[in-house]
Design a protein. Structure first.
Length: 317
């Protein structure tokens, strides 16, 4: 066998791949894209959406650092430059907060320290393209309803387990956000007041014992740094029990047909799933009302796909 096969044009395999890559870049420059962004409590995901699929998916961690729209704009500028400055029609951004669509501001994100923050205006000025804002869990839940684990469920609750914890109830494909449009804040629901207790678990919102202080991503990161060896198994068992209790509360309040779980925590599902299901069953009074529990089929790209579709649909309106 020859070490270096040749193409019909007589070029080496290496030359052929270089030609292919050049042709691909030329095609990309002729194709207009939509920019999809998913901003979490500790990372930013960004990708190009061509109307059918994602490409150039990238994730940048910022941990506990304070970020703002200018930082995100600089990051996007560097990514687009590295991708050859493809033509972008518009962008959609998922943020971990309710959004005021009329004024295009992030209402309040405890994990990012934003309140009434004009993110869309900052990015629009920097990128010089239309920028649309939406709550990240809504973008992901709509995609999960149409394409994922919620596809065949008329009534399900989508819960994202990341740095923060958020949810949305989907009823026949439409999100149910409540009287004030704030029905996505499961992470800041108090489990109990914490009064008269010496040790209080304070959330980033400065309130004690929010759901996030029990099942949020920062709890996991802190525990895994502190606990060693077999203690990890104990932690994940307790985490699953706490998550099961939260799911039991959701079941009692909303009585969904199904609960769909997604987020970075779900990558460790084998460590907590059994204790989660046992706790859900134990704490739910009406056993006949137990919801089906599913894990997202789309994983951490659900929010990006939702953002890409949102940017495309808004631009076509």
């Amino acid at each position: 066998m020859r070490k270096n096969t040749t193409w019909d044009c007589g070029r080496s395999t290496a030359d052929g791949f270089a030609l292919f890559e050049h042709t691909l870049w030329q095609a990309m420059r002729k194709t207009a894209y939509w920019l999809a962004m998913d901003i979490g409590g500790s990372s930013v995901k960004v990708a190009l959406w061509d109307g059918h699929r994602l490409s150039r998916v990238d994730r940048t961690e910022f941990g506990s650092a304070i970020v703002d729209g200018d930082w995100i704009a600089r990051l996007l500028g560097l990514k687009l430059q590295a991708w050859g400055d493809p033509p972008i029609r518009s962008a959609a951004v998922g943020v971990p907060s309710p959004v005021d669509a009329k004024h295009r501001v992030v209402v309040e994100s405890a994990n990012l320290g934003w309140r009434n923050y004009p993110l869309a205006s900052v990015l629009r000025k920097a990128l010089r393209i239309p920028v649309y804002l939406e709550t990240d869990v809504l973008l992901a839940a709509r995609v999960e309803s149409a394409l994922g684990a919620g596809r065949n469920s008329a009534d399900f609750v989508y819960i994202n387990l990341g740095t923060g914890v958020s949810h949305v109830r989907m009823l026949r494909g439409e999100p149910q956000l409540g009287a004030h449009g704030l029905g996505t804040n499961l992470g800041h629901a108090p489990l109990f007041s914490g009064r008269n207790r010496r040790a209080r678990k304070l959330c980033r919102c400065d309130r004690p014992y929010c759901v996030e202080t029990v099942i949020g991503g920062r709890v996991i990161a802190t525990a895994l740094r502190r606990w060693r060896g077999g203690e990890h198994h104990r932690f994940w068992r307790e985490y699953g029990e706490n998550l099961g209790i939260v799911l039991s509360c959701v079941t009692s309040l909303l009585d969904p047909e199904r609960i769909v779980l997604n987020g970075g925590v779900c990558a460790s599902r084998t460590l907590f799933e059994s204790s989660m299901r046992a706790a859900l069953q134990w704490h739910t009074v009406h056993q006949g009302a137990l919801p089906k529990i599913s894990f997202s089929r789309l994983g951490d790209t659900a929010g990006l796909v939702g953002a890409g579709l949102a940017a495309q649909q808004r631009a076509d309106e």
